[in-house]
Design a protein around this ligand. Structure first.
Ligand code: WTA
Length: 646
């Protein structure tokens, strides 16, 4: 193995940060040795209506499977994110909104204004029938009203299900139906990189396939002309005129659901990951504080979309629970120019940027001059999330963007984990480019071999978490058996992450990527099975197999093998049509990067597709296909290799 460079904690950070190296060891040790007291002490960071007296109560064993945290506590998440700050920092900016078009003015909301906006939104939801426990689907652009809608749900105890604005009407309909959501909050249109996104029209399309949907609340964002369906569609600005200004927060049990967020897995349809109130908020707030050492006055910017878990935990819940000033960005990193991110940093004097490696790789390709022409003098810390960061991108972020003075906080976690699990703390952790470093308090990672044997020391294996933590998901919406099956059956008594990982001599963790049939495209999770199901819906397609392939900017790209029905002719036009088909069925992020027509797929005699071989061919690594003699028809491999698309 080549020498890995180590970046020690900068002196300034060692002095400033709440947690230094010794502090980390102490805190981590205590969290494992006496979790009960540790977590009850941590619970004090929230404002409880009834303070909990029990911390974790859980078992990952099949016969006694349950996960609860602070179950006897009562609180309201929105009150924790807004009301409790009103006395101390009511006039401080809570949300800065940076529009897609830099020629437009940003908008700012103080905590007091946020309170008023969220109360009003909550009353509109209530006036239209939303109650505690109801599912409200939020399909919104990155505008302040998206934040108001999310927090309004939390305020009244409705369960929000945010669906990324880039998903297709079909994907949206599936998510509305899966959780029997009767209400959708949307906008006339969104905008990204100067282009409109027809959100309301997509909702209209989805509604045809989602009979549970009864009410659509429409926020006027761009002023585009949209069709309104009498009796179903309501303009938010009109409804808001006639509701009371105040809305008392609903007292919620710590284990009452806060939100559902759909995410892709190895098999089947996307799963509705369910997070509850107390443990999730504690985890989002605590990790935001520990990983980024957030201090009042710092301008915090998580450049994700609220359609993903990163947006939930680190644009909204974590920072707002900590009374932060959080920036919400409507646009994209490369528009109007590749300087945009750094211009936004200068415009708002941003202290910390938190983004995905894919964005960094895209910007890196455009050349350093786009960075160099901006000041970035306000930056103190740089974060990444979503996929492994290659050391080259890490160094570029550190040297070119941060000019060597900002620690890089590479956070490994998942939709399922609620917040960061393995990540550095800037005052405590020496950094190694490409490693998410060490676990957060309470997180007990283990590496196991395929047989479940725990591997010690410097080694590589499948990453499991050996005990529960407060931010852990509680179930798959509507399918508790699938929750157990997906995460707890492979290695009994442990949570299986689906990731492979290496641990080095210093106990640092290096995530190597998914070991299941999930691919990570530009930091977005995509199930290969989802793309395959979309392809086989096409009338000319008989069969499809989808695998990941290496991609310079996206990390992984989507490589699809398609077998047409007998008598159908392959052509470049059909290839384009099929790529567009997937785009329409799921959304632009699922568009195959490469599509190969394959007269046959490599199958075992029992009919199982040998994906290992398909992966190798997609990677271009055809010299080591391994043993193909067990295939029903070994000659299909020669054809696949000969017609590989590059
Ligand atoms: C991957 C995003 C390496 C991993 C928060 C995980 C990472 C999946 C990192 C979850 C990282 C996320 N280093 N890999 N820092 N962060 N991943 O649910 O494969 O969209 O299982 O959550 O992304 O993706 P999800």
């Amino acid at each position: 193995m080549s020498e890995v460079e180590v970046y020690p904690v900068p002196g300034e950070w060692a002095k400033r940060a709440r947690v230094d190296a010794a502090g980390y060891e102490k805190m981590y040790g205590l969290s494992l040795a006496d979790p009960g007291s540790f977590w009850l002490e941590q619970a004090k960071r929230l404002d409880w209506i009834k303070r909990p007296e029990i911390a974790g109560d859980w078992s990952f064993q099949e016969d006694d499977f349950h996960i609860q945290w602070f179950a006897d506590g009562k609180l309201n998440v929105a009150a924790n994110c807004i009301d409790r700050h009103l006395k101390t920092r009511g006039d401080q900016t809570a949300i800065i909104w940076e529009p897609d078009d830099p020629a437009e003015d940003p908008r700012r909301f103080t905590y007091k204004q946020l309170h008023a906006e969220v109360c009003r939104f909550a009353n509109v939801l209530k006036a239209n029938g939303a109650r505690k426990g109801d599912r409200v689907t939020i399909y919104m652009p990155m505008i302040p009203e998206a934040a108001f809608a999310v927090l309004a749900c939390a305020r009244i105890g409705a369960i929000h299900s945010v669906v990324f604005g880039g998903f297709s009407p079909d994907a949206l309909a599936g998510r509305i139906e899966d959780c029997d959501s009767t209400m959708v909050v949307t906008a006339d249109e969104g905008r990204r990189g100067g282009k409109p996104v027809a959100l309301k029209a997509n909702v209209d399309e989805a509604a045809k396939r989602a009979p549970s949907l009864r009410t659509v609340i429409v926020v006027k964002a761009t002023g585009a002309d949209v069709a309104m369906t009498e009796g179903r569609d309501i303009w938010y600005h009109e409804a808001a005129k006639s509701v009371p200004a105040d809305c008392p927060p609903e007292p919620m049990g710590a284990e009452d659901p806060l939100f559902i967020l759909y995410t892709s897995g190895s098999t089947g349809k996307p799963k509705g990951v369910l997070h509850t109130s107390g443990g999730y908020l504690l985890w989002a707030g605590l990790t935001h504080e520990l990983c980024f050492d957030y201090r009042p006055g710092d301008i915090w910017w998580c450049a994700a979309d609220i359609g993903w878990v990163t947006g939930h935990s680190y644009i909204l819940y974590g920072p707002l629970a900590n009374g932060a000033t959080t920036l919400m960005f409507e646009g994209v990193p490369t528009w109007p120019t590749p300087s945009r991110i750094w211009e936004v940093v200068d415009r708002h004097q941003v202290h910390t940027v938190f983004t995905a490696p894919t964005a960094l790789r895209a910007l890196m390709k455009e050349g350093d001059e786009w960075v160099a022409k901006t000041s970035r003098g306000s930056l103190k810390l740089l974060g990444t999330v979503g996929e492994p960061i290659n050391p080259e991108a890490w160094r570029w972020y550190h040297e070119v963007v941060g000019e060597g003075r900002c620690p890089i906080i590479d956070t490994w976690w998942q939709t399922e984990t609620g917040g960061a699990m393995i990540a550095p703390m800037p005052g405590a952790t020496a950094l190694k480019p490409g490693s998410a470093t060490r676990p957060m308090p309470g997180v007990e990672p283990q590496l196991v071999d395929p047989g479940g044997r725990v591997l010690d020391g410097a080694t590589e294996g499948n990453l499991v978490i050996a005990r529960s933590w407060p931010g852990q998901m509680r179930t798959v919406w509507g399918d508790h058996a699938r929750f157990f099956q997906t995460y707890f059956s492979a290695y009994p008594g442990k949570y299986f992450t689906g990731d492979g990982c290496r641990r080095d001599e210093d106990g640092y963790y290096w995530i190597t990527g998914r070991v299941d049939d999930v691919i990570n495209v530009s930091g977005h999770r995509m199930g290969t099975a989802e793309v395959e199901s979309a392809l086989v819906l096409h009338p000319q397609v008989a069969e499809a197999a989808v695998v990941g392939m290496p991609h310079d900017v996206k990390g992984q790209g989507i490589y699809a093998y398609v077998t047409l029905n007998a008598g159908e002719e392959s052509s470049d036009d059909l290839r384009t049509e099929l790529r567009n088909w997937v785009r329409k069925e799921i959304g632009p992020i699922a568009t195959p990067d490469a599509l190969q027509f394959a007269p046959g797929l490599p199958k075992t005699r029992s009919g199982k597709i040998m994906r290992r071989i398909l992966r190798k061919i997609a990677e271009g690594d055809v010299s080591s296909l391994g043993d193909t003699s067990t295939l029903a028809d070994p000659t299909v491999v020669d054809d696949l290799v000969a017609n590989r698309v590059s």
